[in-house]
Ligand binder design. Sequence first.
Ligand code: PMP
Length: 321
Amino acid sequence: MTTNGAALPWTFIRGQIRPLEEARIPITTHALSYGTGCFEGIRGNWNPATAQLNLFRMREHYARLKASACVLHVEIAQSVDELCDLTVELAARNGFRGDVYIRPIAYKAGEVIGVRLHDVADDLAIFMAPFAEYLDAQHGLRCRTSSWRRVPNSVIPARAKATGKYVNSALAKTEAWALGFDEAMMLTTEGMVSEGSAENVFIVRDGRLATPSATEDILVGITRDTVMEIAREELGIATAERAISLAELYEADECFMTGTAAHVTPVVEVDQVPIGTGRPGPLTCQLIDLYGQLIRGEIPRYRTWCTAVPLGEPVTRSGHP
Ligand code: PMP
C-alpha cells in the first residue's frame, strides 16, 4: 500500500509505530493456528466540507476490545485513553483524506504449539486502510437465511469479537454469495433471527423498531446502539430488543442491517420474499440520512462521538512530510 510515493500506511505492532511492510507476524504465531485473538473495526469518516477525518465512537470500540480481550485472556497494556491517543497519532501520520477503516487486533502472539489461552505471549497491532462502501446501501440487500447457525453464546461468548468466531461468519457470507445473494441472515440454534455475517438486524413494524436482543447470540453492535439512540432522540421511536422469528421478518414493513463497515444498509428481500414494498423503506432512509450526517460530525449534538484527526501532510518513511 503506497500513497504519494511514501511507504504508507503506518502501523502499530510490537509496541512501535512502523511501516506496514515491517508489521509482519511469523507463521508460528498462536493466533494464526487457533484463532486466539480479538479485534475491532473503527471507521474514520472524511468530511470534505471541513476537510476533517472523524473517528467514530472510538472510545466505545476500544472499551469493547478490552472486554473481548478479557474473555480471551489477552492482556492489552494500554488504557482506552492511550489506545485512542495512539490511533489518532497513527491516523495523523498516515494523513488519509478520505474514508478509512481502522483495525486494532489483540492476539496471542507467542510462537508456541498447544491449544490454550494461558501462558502464551500477547500483542496488539493497529493498522488502517482507505475504505469505501462495504455493502450496497443504495439498492438494498438481498439476503438469504444461512444454513450455518450463529455460534451460540454457550460455544463462544457472543459479546466477544473473537477472530476464531469469524469462520462462522465467513461460511455464511460465502454461502450467500455462492447462491447469488448479497448477505447472509443468520439464525440462532433455536431458529430465531440473530444477525448478518458482520451486521446487526433491525425490522420496522407499524412504525416501531425491533432488533434481536443481546441474548440472541449477537455481537452487541456500536452502530446498533447509535441507531437506537438517534431513532429515540431524533424521531421519537423506541426500539424493542427482543426475539424475532423468521416469519415476523418476512412480514416486516422494513428491514435494515447496521455495522461499522455496513453503516445502515436496507434489506429489501429475504429468501426471495420482498420486505415491505421490496425497496428501501422510509424510516430506513431517514436513519441512513441521519447516520450519514452524524458520523461526519455534521450534527452538533453528536459531535462528542467524533474524534477529529489533526491532519498535516502525511509523514513519509524518513519521517519528513
Ligand atoms: N455483528 C457482527 C458479527 C459483527 O462483526 C459486527 C461488526 N463489528 C456487527 C454485528 C456490528 O457491530 P458494530 O456496529 O459495532 O460494528
